[in-house]
Design a protein around this ligand. Sequence first.
Ligand code: GDP
Length: 318
Amino acid sequence: MSRRAEPQVADLVARARGGEPRAVARLISLVEDASPWLRDVMAALAPHTGHAQVVGITGSPGVGKSTTTNALVRELRAAGKRVGVLAVDPSSPFSGGALLGDRVRMADHALDPDVFIRSMASRGHLGGLAWTTPQALRVLDAAGFDVVVIETVGVGQSEVEIAALADTTLVLLAPGMGDGIQAAKAGILEIGDVYVVNKADRDGASAVSRDLRGMLALADRREGAWQPPIVKTVAQDGTGLDEVAEAIGRHHAWLAETGELRRRRARRAREEIEAIALEELRRRWGSVGSVERLDALADAVADGRRDPYAAADELLDG
Ligand code: GDP
């Protein structure tokens, strides 16, 4: 099979690198389908990666993430950057760019070949978010997008996962959402590189900003550590987005100067390797013969003839 796949992979990769959106979309579909050709794809992409600046956007539903992403894309386009957007919904089984929010966003940038927007679902999908998103990111990186924005549609653990993927993480808050408490609960105070208080046209934005500043001041930061700025925005009309883009640029420069960029990316690669290796192990255990072996070991552990550690060792040795 791989002999037949090879020319197609090479062709797809060449076309994606040439900026052809359909080729980029096809490569991301291969990721979502966990295609056996992914090995070839990733090998072909690897030499072209490492250039994209990765920006994560997270926050509670309704806070304005889609609207902000849209406005940020406009801002980055005005600066001449090519922008890829991955909208990740860990709670949805749907994929393939069919979400309503996408259509709305697409409408603004539909005719722009230098903007690529794609939503990805990962529920019940192999290693989930940790497996698919970094590989989709690789595709966009190799395809020459200067900035890749990863936006989480869902809630919960995904926030932290996005932060692990991004060079710069934007945490969005808005008045009237009980975000003060939420921020502390979700550990959001640790993951933000830039805090955005959106819906600044509404009452209470200054209070949110003040509370947040108070909480950030209490956080324990080392000498020379990055001080996350707080930017107020009205994403709907683009107010403050220039400041957001500027803060992202400043953070990126700081990452590069301090060597933190390299460290973050190595950490990202490590999680990626781990996710792929774990998935490969699961695949092997699911293959013919292994299932019976695992069943036999499970019986032995259930009957007290083996302990679970010894059984796990046996499974790994096989
Ligand atoms: P998400 O769920 O975090 O992606 O939030 P959305 O971007 O879908 O926005 C949720 C709602 O808030 C939508 O009705 C937006 O039109 C509205 N919204 C977004 N930004 C602003 C803003 O700056 N001010 C106001 N008043 N509404 C906003």
